[in-house]
Structure formats: C-alpha cells, structure tokens
Design a protein around this ligand. Structure first.
Ligand SMILES: [Zn+2]
Ligand SMILES: [Zn+2]
Length: 396
C-alpha cells in the first residue's frame, strides 16, 4: 500500500492527527498491517557517486518515465551526479541522464546492495525499493521498505544481536511506535524518517539473526499508547544503572508513562557502572567558567554523594544541570556521584549508559532471559500504557 504524501507545510502538519486516523483506517480496512515507510539514507553525507546492484529477486528500473528492462541478481549500475542530473550507466554501456531513478522490486523477497563511491563508504544490503533524486550537487537516497522489515533492521542496528525473542518483541513495539508517531518528521524532505540517530539508526537489511525478524512479525502492527489511546514517546537506552530516569528529570517534560523505577535486572550488565577521573584544576576551571567562586573552598566541598536521579549539581550558589556536565565531560550518563579523590583529582562515579528514560536494554534482555514475556517487560519500564494494534487507536 503506498504511503500518504509527506506533509509540506505547517497547516498540513496541524492535521497530522486526522491523517494518522486515515492511515490507520486504510490499514485496518486492508485487514493486514502491510505498510511501507520511506527512509532517507546517509543524511549526514554528501554523496555524489554510488553503485547499486541486485542481490536477490528482480526489480524494475525506472529512469524518469522510462521503464528499462527488468534487472536481476548480478546486475550492477553506476550513478554519478553530473550537473543537475544523474548519469546512469551499467557495466557495459552508458544509459543516460535522468532526474530520478527508481529501482522497484517486482518479487516478494528482493534485496539490493548500495555502496557510496564518493565519499567511499561501506556497502549495505537493503530490502524494498531504491529511489535516487538530485539534491543540489548530491544524491537524495531513499529506501522505500516494508515497515516490519525496517523495524527488524533497527532492532539489529540498536544492538542486542544475541538476545531472547521476548526482548526483540518488546523492542519491536517501541521502534514501531516511534516510526508511526514520527511518520512526518521528514515530510519536507519527501521521506518519513532518516537512517541516522536523529530518527532511529538504520543500517540496512537485518542479517545477523533471523529471530529478530520473526519476533518483529509476531508483534506485527502492535504499538504503545497512553490510557487515552494516544501514541507515546518510546525511549530506550543501554543501561539505567538500577534506577530509570523520569522524562521530567531528563527533559523537563512531565509524562505519566515515563516515570522513574528501580530496576534490579540490569545490575550485571556491562554498562551498569563507570568512573572517570578528572584533574582537580580542570574541575575548578570548569566551575569558574560557570560563574562559581572557589576561593576558600576545601576540595571535599565539590563532592556529590548518592544523589539519586537529580536535575542539578549545586556548588555554593551555582547550579549546573547534570545533563550539561555529562555533555561537557563526555560522560556515559547524567547519573553520578562526585568523589573527592585526593588533592589532584575528583572522580565521577557513575551508573548506567544513556539518558535512562524508558526501557533499559540490558535490564530488558535479562528479564527476557529469565522468563518474562514482552508485555511484562513493556509494563515494567512504561507506566499507564496499553499495547494495542493500529486499528485499536482509531476513535470508535
Ligand atoms: Zn531524522
Ligand atoms: Zn536498568
């Protein structure tokens, strides 16, 4: 089923809710949840030359309005930006200059490979279709892919290649919810989401573990809503350090689904704790740069002991957001103590890796390993939520 046209202006964005309802209505009436999503690839690179080839299945190659002969496994094409056109050639001949190239799959299982030549980047395999357009002197590269295959690929890109299927099911629901909720994030770019961490990391077809895709299909169409049926923000992070962070502490947005909970499951995770030693003069220089007076201060005054999840570090009358200290010192989390070590150093003694909001991946993996199911995992990390199918979030 084709996607709805992306939204191009603010008025259209304002009717997002209505559009989503239409999307859900059309999906429900189709009696399945097959849905494509358009992903903008390599948004952080200026790609001017690339190679694509068929790995599996057959594709139609459409150059502007012309449909060229069907292409098959082993066929390779070279595309380069030349002026404001795409110069396309095969291994044996020049094909021509075009504004838009579409590589549309014609079979059920079809895989193509894409490799950027300028700049040189690693190749990756993709499910679905490839659409190339010009954007100034560079390509705009879009992968039109089945939503469930996209979800499986993001699970793989976000880590956890050897986890239990119940973990993959929980993760699939979060990733799918994000994708649907943010379907219009790149509307102005003519695609839905990008492949970088700006949206969700997507590195092409899920290849490592067939269980990931199977778990994704077993939760096909399932999303997470609040009690009123509204899709929620579904953050996740590597390890919470034993105590997740509320959205209120992390982002100053109160959210009844994203409150702090104690998590005993991630204690043996590799990202549960960390420490970082900082020279004392670097720390005092930092405090001075924030306006703090340090004259007459005993170094032990810098200490911050067992603070829990707090927003601010306060030294005398100067307060600095913990999140800001995390960014400035490139720390793994904003959940740390400050220990006075000796006259030369202080130590950040921290717990967890990531923002700490929502699902703790290492804790969720452990829950799945010891026998909890995906609803158990979801309801442990998210409060006041419902796991529903798309059609259930439609108004009655
Ligand atoms: Zn993005
Ligand atoms: Zn945790």
């Amino acid at each position: 089923m084709p996607m709805q046209k992306p939204l191009n202006n603010i008025n259209e964005r304002l009717i997002l809710g209505i559009s989503l309802q239409f999307l859900l209505l059309t999906m429900h009436s189709a009696k399945d949840y097959a849905q494509d999503i358009r992903i903008g690839l390599y948004p952080d690179y200026h790609i001017s030359s690339l190679v694509f080839s068929v790995v599996q299945g057959t594709f139609d190659l459409i150059a502007d309005d012309a449909c060229l002969p069907e292409i098959q496994p082993g066929d390779i094409f070279f595309a380069t930006i030349d002026g404001n056109k795409i110069h396309l050639s095969s291994r044996i001949k020049k094909i021509g200059y075009f504004s838009k190239i579409e590589v549309r799959h014609t079979g059920h299982e079809s895989t193509f490979q894409l490799k950027s030549v300028s700049p040189i980047l690693a190749s990756a395999d993709y499910d679905g279709d490839l659409i190339l357009r010009t954007a100034g002197n560079y390509f705009q590269i879009v992968n039109d892919v089945d939503l469930e295959k996209y979800v499986a690929a993001v699970i793989e890109a976000e880590g956890g290649a050897n986890a239990h299927p119940e973990y993959y099911k929980a993760q699939a629901i979060l990733i799918r919810t994000y994708a649907i909720k943010n379907m219009y994030r790149h509307g102005a770019d003519n695609y839905n989401l990008c492949s970088s961490v700006h949206c969700q990391a997507y590195k092409g077809k899920s290849l490592l573990n067939r269980q990931i895709y199977e778990a994704t299909l077993q939760t096909s169409g399932m999303v997470l809503t609040d009690m009123s049926g509204k899709l929620i923000t579904t953050p996740y992070h590597s390890n919470c350090g034993g105590l997740t962070c509320s959205a209120e502490i992390a982002w100053q947005t109160n959210h009844p689904c994203l409150v702090s909970i104690r998590d005993p499951f991630c204690a043996s995770g590799k990202n549960h704790s960390w420490s970082e030693q900082i020279p004392l003069d670097k720390w005092t220089g930092y405090l001075r740069s924030k306006g703090a007076s340090i004259s007459g201060t005993y170094p032990g005054d810098y200490a911050l002991e067992n603070p829990g999840r707090v927003k601010l570090y306060t030294f005398k009358k100067t307060s600095i957001p913990m999140r800001k200290i995390r960014d400035d010192f490139d720390l793994k989390s904003a959940f740390f103590q400050i220990i006075y070590d000796n006259e030369n150093h202080i130590v950040f003694k921290g717990r967890g890796f990531g923002h700490g909001v929502g699902l703790c991946q290492e804790g969720a993996m452990e829950m799945a390993r010891v026998g909890y199911t995906y609803p158990d995992i979801i309801h442990f990390y998210f409060q006041n939520v419902l796991v529903v199918n798309y059609h259930e979030v439609m108004p009655q």
